[in-house]
Unconditional design. Structure first.
Ligand SMILES: NC(=O)c1ccc[n+]([C@@H]2O[C@H](COP(=O)([O-])OP(=O)(O)OC[C@H]3O[C@@H](n4cnc5c(N)ncnc54)[C@H](O)[C@@H]3O)[C@@H](O)[C@H]2O)c1
Length: 310
């Protein structure tokens, strides 16, 4: 674990799946962390994760947790009234210069800040990670209508310090960007399984061996450019795209009966429960680390905006 002079402090509010992963990331980069959560097993869980680490502070008191934070990262339940209450308390106790971020996957900063004091609203934004934040470089940064631009700049700098790849999203659209993309692919995947076109296992094999591998190395539009050969995206859209562009995609929503059958089919393929979760999680983390290490060997810089250098 690295140690640094003047290390920043992250206050983790809510120590579930996402909060604990942020904590591991922060420690990996030499930050101090203060963790709070009303769960009765908090001390035990944190001790199990970090042992006797003097840079990890555990407290049941929210105000105490955020008192010396540079970044407050909130990871409590995905419920608007809870987040509104939490940020009212966080805003009153955190230092004036702290960035107040929520990991929320769907609730916007504007909604959370609607009844908050102006100086709290100015410091609040969404810093949405992709699970697990300790491995996935992306953080979607969504300022609300009342967020100060200096807060957004500071959040971007802090996430970069944690070697994340923050992307500032210009509009507060439900699902933000990454989950909207995931939702569009998921909807079509479920449709194909429900129509009996492909099994859940085969669909995952198809994804891992085509789009997954491609998208681990290049983006969607970059793939379009390459797909068209030297003629680029223009050639792709006018050629192959003229055919694939006319495909009609599946039904937008799935009814509860067929959704239950789909869930059972996926559980039959992968299993479920604690043991399965641990096995699948370990495999995911091992493979994600392998891909990240291979990309790092190739000189892939996560914070570069120059396509030629990636
Ligand atoms: N799980 C994901 O894939 C994922 C990905 C990105 C973002 N998120 C977001 O992260 C947040 C947390 O999700 P999660 O999956 O870690 O949930 P989780 O259920 O694993 O953890 C939530 C934690 O919040 C705690 N909590 C309850 N009331 C609280 C309070 N008043 N103050 C502080 N903590 C409280 C709970 O005890 C629990 O430990 C949500 O906003 C979610 O949208 C989740």
């Amino acid at each position: 674990m690295s140690r640094r002079e003047n290390r920043p402090t992250m206050a983790i509010v809510g120590a579930g799946v996402i909060g604990l992963s942020w904590a591991r990331l922060a420690r990996e980069h030499g930050w101090a962390v203060a963790i709070t959560d009303p769960r009765p097993d908090l001390a035990e869980i944190v001790a199990g994760e970090f042992g006797e680490d003097p840079e990890v502070r555990v407290t049941g008191d929210l105000a105490d947790a955020v008192r010396d934070a540079d970044l407050v990262q909130e990871n409590g339940p995905e419920r608007l009234p809870i987040k509104q209450q939490l940020f009212a308390e966080i805003g009153a106790a955190a230092p004036a210069g702290a960035v107040l971020a929520t990991s929320s996957s769907s609730i916007t900063a504007s909604e959370i800040a609607s009844d908050l004091e102006a100086d709290v609203a100015a410091r609040l934004l969404v810093g949405h990670p992709f699970n697990p934040p300790e491995l996935m470089p992306l953080v979607e940064v969504l300022p609300g209508a009342r967020t100060a631009s200096a807060t957004t700049d500071r959040a971007v700098a802090l996430y970069r310090d944690l070697h994340r790849e923050p992307v500032v999203i210009a509009k507060e659209l439900p699902g933000f960007v990454a989950n909207r993309l995931q939702g569009a692919v998921s909807r079509e995947a479920r449709y194909l399984v429900q129509q009996g076109v492909v099994s859940p296992g085969d669909l995952d094999t198809i994804l891992r061996n085509s789009l997954g591998l491609r998208w681990a190395t290049i983006g969607l539009f970059e793939g379009n450019v390459l797909g068209g050969g030297p003629g680029g995206i223009r050639h792709l859209i006018e050629g192959v795209g003229a055919q694939t562009g006319s495909i009609e995609f599946g039904t937008p929503a799935t009814d509860p009966v067929s959704m239950e059958a789909l869930i059972e089919s996926v559980e039959d393929t992968y299993g479920s429960g604690d043991e399965v979760y641990e096995v699948l999680r370990a495999r995911r983390d091992r493979r994600t680390r392998a891909v990240l290490a291979a990309l790092a060997d190739d000189g892939h810089a996560t914070t570069s905006s120059d396509p030629a250098s990636r």
